[in-house]
Design a binder for this molecule. Structure first.
Ligand SMILES: [Mn+2]
Length: 258
């Protein structure tokens, strides 16, 4: 069985990225996803599918029923209004439609008990969903010498260390307490959401791994394993773990139905 894996996407509103003779027309909205997610999922035996931002309750329920696992992908900043905070210096573009859709999707996936992999924005989305907050810009607060928004490096280049807890589900994946990760985020977790547990931090204390005892099939990381996976096979193990969880959930469900 090859699990069907839904991957959330950018919602690019018309006019936003239109360049004459590039793609589409000035009055067309677009969805966008980097190929890294699809390639990583495919290389571990999953069937990757992009999920468009469609504000329609039936659509949500149908994809929940049909898909076996969900990747909440990277992207723009989450609007601070979602964590009841005023807009602060350093916030960049937000997309309220995507925020609203993904919070609804996350709620539905959690209640269906299907496996979740949250990456970067997806990791932050999970924290906000559980009532946590974010630093709106690491350049402003908390000040650190570490560069977490390393756009000057290749996408797969390690930037800093992450210290994993020995009881993290990622510890057996990497078989190490210390791993090297890329870093392409300018925001970070401030207050941790209810029921979430910090299982990994960067050298400067920035939270990079969250887990939940209530949702053991949820993995959430601040870095981008999908960008590193081609060169660093240990990062691909995160996807292997996720696909294993999807297969197990799928066969548990089939057993119950039988
Ligand atoms: Mn980082």
């Amino acid at each position: 069985m090859n699990p069907l894996i839904g991957i959330t996407t950018y919602y690019i509103k018309h006019g936003e990225s239109y360049i004459e003779n590039a793609r589409g027309l000035p009055d067309q909205d677009m969805l966008m996803s980097t190929m890294d997610y699809a390639r990583s999922v495919r290389s571990v035996g999953g069937l990757p599918l992009a999920i468009p931002v469609l504000a329609d309750g039936d659509y949500l329920q149908e994809i929940i029923n049909e898909l076996d696992g969900f990747i909440f992908s990277g992207g723009r900043d989450i609007s601070p209004l979602n964590y009841h905070t005023s807009i602060k210096k350093g916030l960049t573009m937000v997309n309220p439609e995507r925020d609203e859709f993904e919070f609804k999707l996350l709620e539905a996936v959690l209640s269906a008990g299907k496996p979740i992999l949250g990456i970067c924005r997806g990791f932050q989305l999970i924290n906000v969903y559980f009532g946590g907050t974010l630093y709106q810009d690491l350049a402003v607060k908390p000040a650190s010498e570490l560069e977490h928004f390393a756009k000057m490096l290749p996408k797969d280049s390690p930037c800093h260390r992450v210290k994993l807890s020995r009881d993290s589900k990622l510890f057996p994946v990497f078989q190490s307490e210390e791993i090297l990760v890329n870093s392409l985020h300018h925001q970070a977790i401030d207050q941790v959401g209810k029921g979430l547990v910090v299982k990994g931090r960067a050298e400067d204390g920035v939270i990079e791994v969250l887990e939940s005892p209530d949702y053991p099939d949820m993995t959430a990381v601040q870095w981008h394993p999908e960008m590193m996976a081609e060169k660093d096979k240990s990062q691909l193990n995160i996807f292997k773990l996720f696909i294993r969880e999807c297969r197990r959930k799928w066969s548990d469900t089939k057993l119950k139905e039988a």
